[in-house]
Design a protein around this ligand. Structure first.
Ligand SMILES: Cc1ncc(COP(=O)(O)O)c(C=O)c1O
Length: 387
């Protein structure tokens, strides 16, 4: 379908084309000098001591858990209002998740009070998600972690270039994990980055992402090493040079892209805030977001599917962030009978509107008009006949 306004779009141009061509012409494709440069630039940008490029954020989260010693018998507290990868990455280690509630309609992030309620003698870590790039309450979460001797992992898939109190998200906990999937603020198609200020975590991740080997093909090509040892059970979670080159080009565009996202977000807030029953999460957030997505909550009891269909008919693509993880069949079988009333109520009303740097002012107004028209139409339909 040809959308008048798609949900997201790549901010790609000549810079990305030239970056890929340069790698192809240099004739070295696997993790090497370009990836190293991307890691250094990303670490500098985020203000972290180490940045390690990996195949995607799911695996960055997996490695963060492993490097922090999470394994069978342990529990990690995660939100349920997230992409399933957040929870899956914990289960890969043999540990179990415990789902915590979100704060509520005004803030879709994990609730510090509920984190504290979920702590058991088995709890080893808290894995937070900065939904939409809006910061979780990190001071409160770090305080809980200190009191109960837990480590904190930040799922920063939505949050490159976002801050809280002047400090980049991803540097508050032990490790921060970023996604470069094609709909993200910084996109390489697939890809991810783990940042950490801890030397021991960086060293473990470096080994684990490449088979537990003590040297890389690149090191041997450069004549820095002749052979290697395998010192642990590792994986192949590496990044490659083509995607790292795309990442470097995209990193340069990130601040301007986030600034444009902010303007669009503020226009949405301004023009949708007066609609009765509609709630706009994060509109009071004190943090500087990366404005990855624009979530809105429909009035209670209003049918979401026909609202989405009305927007679709106007050429506007929408999405849902997220179906709660604990409601998926696999998770229901694993954790039967689990109920998270705040998460479920909010998730049932959520619709995500288009947001990307290349969106024109005209497209923003098309979305706003389509939302208003769809809500007016719904209001004139009796509730019982709505889907
Ligand atoms: C909150 C969150 N965590 C983790 C991931 C996984 O990222 P990736 O696709 O890079 O593995 C995503 C991707 O959409 C995400 O949105």
């Amino acid at each position: 379908m040809e959308w008048r306004v798609p949900l997201s779009d790549l901010d790609y141009g000549l810079e990305e084309e030239e970056a890929v061509l340069a790698v192809v012409r240099r004739r070295w494709l696997t993790m090497g000098a370009v990836t190293q440069e991307f890691e250094e630039e990303f670490a500098r940008f985020i203000g972290a001591k180490h940045a390690l490029a990996v195949s995607n954020a799911t695996l960055a989260l997996h490695l963060a858990n492993l490097a922090l010693g999470i394994g069978p018998g342990d529990e990690v507290i995660v939100p349920s209002l997230t992409f399933v990868a957040t929870a899956n990455s914990v289960l890969y280690t043999g540990a179990e998740v415990r789902f915590a509630e979100i704060l509520g309609p005004g803030d879709l992030n994990i609730s510090p009070a509920d984190i504290e309620k979920q702590i058991t003698p088995r709890t080893k870590a808290i894995q937070v998600v900065h939904v939409g790039g809006y910061a979780c309450n990190m001071p409160a979460i770090l305080d809980i972690a200190r009191r109960y001797n837990l480590v904190v992992i930040e799922d920063c898939a939505h949050a490159p270039g976002a801050y809280l109190n002047g400090q980049h998200l991803g540097t508050w906990g032990e490790a921060g994990c970023f996604s470069f999937f094609s709909n993200k603020n910084l996109s390489t198609g697939e890809g991810g980055m783990l940042v950490t200020n801890r030397d021991d975590v960086a060293e473990k991740v470096r080994l684990l992402r490449s088979h537990g080997m003590t040297s890389l093909t690149w090191d041997r090509h450069k004549g820095h090493a002749y052979t290697y040892d395998v010192v642990g059970l590792g994986f192949n979670y590496r990044m490659d040079e083509i995607r790292s080159a795309l990442g470097l080009a995209q990193l340069k565009k990130l601040p301007a892209g986030n600034a444009r996202r902010r303007l669009i977000t503020e226009r949405y807030w301004q023009s949708l805030q007066d609609i009765p029953g509609v709630e706009l999460p994060f509109c009071d957030s004190p943090a500087q977001s990366s404005y990855h997505i624009f979530p809105m909550l429909l009035p209670e009891g209003l049918g979401r599917i026909s609202f989405i269909d009305n927007l679709r008919a106007a050429g506007v693509q929408t999405s849902i962030h997220y179906p709660p993880v604990h409601k998926f069949s696999y998770y229901q079988q694993r954790y039967p009978g689990l109920s998270l009333p705040v998460t479920e109520a909010v998730a049932g009303r959520e619709v995500t509107l288009p947001l990307y740097p290349g969106m024109t002012d005209e497209q923003v107004e098309i979305v706003i008009a389509a939302v208003r028209a769809a809500l007016d139409k719904k209001r004139s339909t009796p509730l019982a006949s709505q889907t």
